[in-house]
Ligand binder design. Structure first.
Ligand SMILES: *Cc1c(COP(=O)(O)O)cnc(C)c1O
Length: 403
């Protein structure tokens, strides 16, 4: 059995469809040869009609599946749906968010290239750049996220890639993506944005001029903490290289995980709307509470980049960080006094999570590096889930009472 499709082609019925329709339908096929819809193809390989058919498929002369490291219909449906939602020519799924970053750099950069990375990116991302890419002769420098002059000044003739997360974790700092894309274009570099915290429901970096989108689908795309996965999206000329690397090196997405993510995407915008509404309400309330010394949430008018956030995001995300009076001891008392929230470093789940970054996600940094990154001992991060708002507020009140 072979399943036919045109890679990268959106079903013509969906050409003018809006986000919510694409999130439910994109990648699905109509018609007799595509009756599988978005069925789960839990298979490593495919059977051919004849020896000649197999030879033609392997040679690329006939359309057809060859092997699931190369392509799988369920994974393909997920890729097409993400491409439609991000407004990308093509998307490529990977085994995890980290595999998406690995595949991007391995396929688009070479020894001797220079990469600029924003400070305060995901911990494993820093390790990947510092410990591994540098080992293969790639130069890496770090730039404060929002400082466009800093990005300009750090460019070298061999700068090939800019890598950013906006908003940043856990301090909700932003970069003007349009402005940064102009800096990248002026230096012939590609701008890659890890869009994990916003998802395409809140922010579409490609429309702002970025060249490549990276996701950990593990977070909001799944939305219920079930599967690991990732995706890279952008122009076909770049994605072709990413596909080539993945087919050869192998960190491709499991069809089962792709199927779970397809179901996740169907409710993505509804979930993000609910996550953001609760986060906004809790941030506004926390800001007024005695014991809270500082709060980091771009949805608050007091946030220095509130206007920028409004101009490039449709909402402000669901990660709220704050510093409590009394240092690490007080922060731990706050966390331990909660009864509902999960004490874990994960995020993007329907379950609200609470984290002490200084001793977990950023625990391996030296105290100086932590201070430079603005991760104080009194900092707590809450990734707001989908529980009832008043129950969440009551649980945070237990934390406040313990300060
Ligand atoms: C979780 C995360 C990653 C890594 O994703 P995995 O799916 O865990 O490999 C990368 N970037 C950001 C911003 C993340 O939150």
């Amino acid at each position: 059995m072979t399943i036919e499709w045109e890679p990268g082609r959106l079903d013509s019925d969906l050409e003018n469809a809006s986000f919510d329709t694409l999130a439910v339908r994109a990648g699905q096929r109509r018609g007799p040869e595509a009756e599988h819809g978005e069925a789960l193809f839990m298979t490593s390989s495919y059977v051919f009609r004849s020896a000649a058919d197999a030879a033609a498929c392997f040679a690329g002369e006939a359309k057809g599946n060859v092997y699931s490291r190369y392509m799988n219909p369920t994974v393909r449906t997920f890729e097409e749906r993400i491409a439609a939602l991000e407004g990308a020519e093509q998307a490529v799924a990977t085994a995890s968010g980290m595999a998406a970053i690995l595949a991007t750099v391995m396929s688009l950069c070479s020894a001797g290239d220079h990469i600029l990375v924003s400070r305060s990116v995901f911990g494993a991302t820093v390790t990947l750049f510092e410990k591994y890419f540098k080992r293969f002769g790639v130069e890496v420098d770090y730039v404060p996220l929002s400082d466009l002059d800093g990005w300009r000044a750090a460019c070298k003739p061999n700068t090939r890639l800019f890598f950013v997360e906006s908003p940043s974790n856990p301090l909700a700092e932003l970069v003007d993506i349009r402005g940064l894309a102009e800096v990248a274009d002026a230096h012939g570099a590609l701008l890659a944005v890890d869009n994990c915290f916003c998802t395409p429901a809140l922010q579409k970096p490609l429309e702002l001029g970025a060249h490549i989108i990276i996701h950990s689908a593990t977070k909001y795309i799944d939305g219920q903490g079930r599967c690991l996965g990732g995706v890279v999206a952008g122009r076909s000329e770049h994605m072709k290289e990413v596909v080539g690397f993945l087919r050869t090196a192998g960190p491709t997405l499991s069809p089962f995980n792709a199927w779970v993510f397809l179901k996740g995407l169907e409710t993505l915008r509804l979930r993000m709307t609910a996550h953001c509404a609760s986060a906004q309400a809790l941030a506004e309330w926390l800001e007024q509470q005695p014991g809270i010394e500082r709060i980091y949430y771009a949805g608050l008018p007091s946030h220095p980049q509130h206007e920028l956030a409004k101009s490039q995001q449709s909402a402000f995300g669901a990660v709220v960080s704050f510093e409590v009076r009394g240092g690490q001891e007080a922060a731990w008392r706050f966390i331990d006094a909660t009864r509902l929230l999960s004490i874990t470093a994960n995020l993007g789940d329907s379950k609200t999570t609470i984290t002490h970054p200084a001793t977990t996600t950023h625990g391996r940094l030296t105290p100086d590096a932590r201070a430079a990154a603005g991760i104080h001992d009194s900092l707590i991060r809450v990734a707001v889930g989908l529980e009832d708002l008043e129950d969440l507020r009551a649980d945070l009140q237990r934390g406040l009472a313990a300060l």
